[in-house]
Write a protein that binds this ligand. Structure first.
Ligand SMILES: Cc1cc2nc3c(=O)[nH]c(=O)nc-3n(C[C@H](O)[C@H](O)[C@H](O)COP(=O)(O)O)c2cc1C
Length: 131
């Protein structure tokens, strides 16, 4: 059975991708909670942590927003390497890497129990509408 990993109050999960969503960097909190070493994440598609309960529309809105140069924020349920899961509130920004290439940066904090309950129900409904 998969279980929910509850983030520490001060956990701050950061990842950086290129323009296609390929991971260029992830900080220690991200690696620890997702269950990967940094070198396993580098050059991997960010959907490595995608959870099957996430509706497609959430990521469509994310990509539509950031490709316009705007900031997206929202709630995401992610999957750990061992199948467990964790909820975050994420803010994704257009970002320029040290080498001058354009990409994106995501900063995530813990989601509150109320925020999780609201989004668990909303995403379940959106998932049903996909079928
Ligand atoms: C900076 C950045 C951070 C992202 N973080 C996540 C994440 O934490 N979890 C996730 O499932 N997708 C994340 N995505 C979206 C993925 O790129 C991808 O669109 C999503 O996982 C859906 O996968 P799919 O397009 O293969 O269905 C992120 C994208 C960007 C640009």
């Amino acid at each position: 059975m998969s279980k929910e990993i509850i983030l520490d109050d001060y956990a701050f999960l950061v990842s950086e991708t290129d323009e296609k969503g390929i991971i260029n960097f992830a900080n220690d909190d991200f690696c620890k909670i997702a269950g990967y070493d940094l070198d396993e994440l580098i050059r991997t598609n960010h959907n490595i942590v995608r959870h099957q309960d996430m509706p497609k529309i959430a990521f469509k809105q994310l990509w539509d927003t950031i490709k316009q140069g705007k900031t997206w924020d929202g709630y995401v349920k992610n999957k750990c390497r061992n199948g467990d899961y964790y909820w975050v509130y994420a803010t994704v920004y257009p970002f320029q890497s040290y080498d001058g290439n354009n990409g994106y940066l995501s900063c995530r904090r813990k989601a509150s129990r109320e925020e999780i309950e609201v989004h668990e129900a909303l995403y379940k409904k959106l998932k049903k509408e996909e079928i």
